[in-house]
Design a protein. Structure first.
Length: 259
């Protein structure tokens, strides 16, 4: 709003300028879908970082607790820059990692969790940090026909947690997520079998099925895999209606594996 003493004393040039500005903003908003006025004009809140470590921590946690992670990171990073050896520094490290995690910056968060673990191996939050490392990878699991690195790395991280802290508050969920990620890997293998069947590469399909059954004999798709393998070995591989063998191949809900 243009400052003025009385609405009736505003000059005509200012009125025209304000109208033009309003029209421009409206067009920008229409052209940016659901973008807000704040985002359109790039108006961002700024953290007051000219504070001692204690106050920076309080401010950072206040912003973190209401979901303003981008502001919280500014406070936590300021602590780490100006007070790296302060009592508040470990908490700032951890909450900076958490802030990135909740902003879905999983790769950045994973780096920060690893650094925290290396610097503070005996910290009381280590079990949580190890769980979060697994979650950073788990949340990067995509479709079965894409990169499966997230599934592998999440399993490794959760298994590391279970070895180090078998009775932690995260044990049950870690086990369930391991099973879900494992089923995802099985589904990936089964999806490859489907590709080989559709392209009539039956020898490759047979090899993949033998691998799947050897590695994951108790998986949910094992019975189907055995049936298809038997058909291939009998010289009668599936050629029509192949799709019905391969329905619902994705990452299953980890809650289905909770005891």
């Amino acid at each position: 709003m243009i400052p003025h003493k009385c609405p009736y004393t505003v000059s005509m040039s200012r009125v025209l300028w304000y109208a033009l500005l309003t029209l421009t903003v409206s067009l920008l908003i229409l052209g940016s879908g659901c973008t807000t006025v704040k985002e359109t004009l790039r108006i961002e809140e700024k953290a007051d970082v000219s504070l001692p470590a204690e106050q920076l921590t309080i401010k950072g946690m206040e912003e973190f607790n209401i979901g303003k992670y981008f502001l919280a990171i500014e406070y936590f990073n300021e602590i780490l820059d100006r007070y790296p050896f302060s009592p508040q520094a470990p908490l700032a490290e951890l909450k900076a990692a958490d802030s990135n995690y909740y902003m879905e910056r999983y790769e950045e968060a994973l780096v920060l969790y690893r650094e925290f673990e290396e610097r503070h191996p005996t910290n009381e939050a280590i079990a949580y940090v190890m769980y979060q490392k697994g979650m950073c990878s788990y949340n990067r699991i995509d479709r079965i026909d894409r990169d499966i690195t997230g599934a592998f790395e999440s399993i490794q991280a959760f298994e590391e947690l279970l070895r180090a802290f078998p009775e932690s508050p995260y044990t049950a969920e870690a086990k369930a997520r391991i099973q879900a990620a494992t089923e995802f890997l099985v589904n990936h293998e089964f999806n490859v079998v489907e590709f080989y069947l559709r392209t009539k590469k039956y020898s490759q399909a047979e090899t993949r099925l033998n691998y799947l059954l050897a590695m994951y004999p108790d998986s949910s798709v094992a019975p189907k895999a055995r049936e298809i393998l038997d058909l291939i070995e009998a010289g009668n591989p599936p050629k029509y209606g192949i799709g019905h063998w391969f329905k619902n191949l994705s990452l299953p809900d980890w809650m289905d594996f909770m005891d």
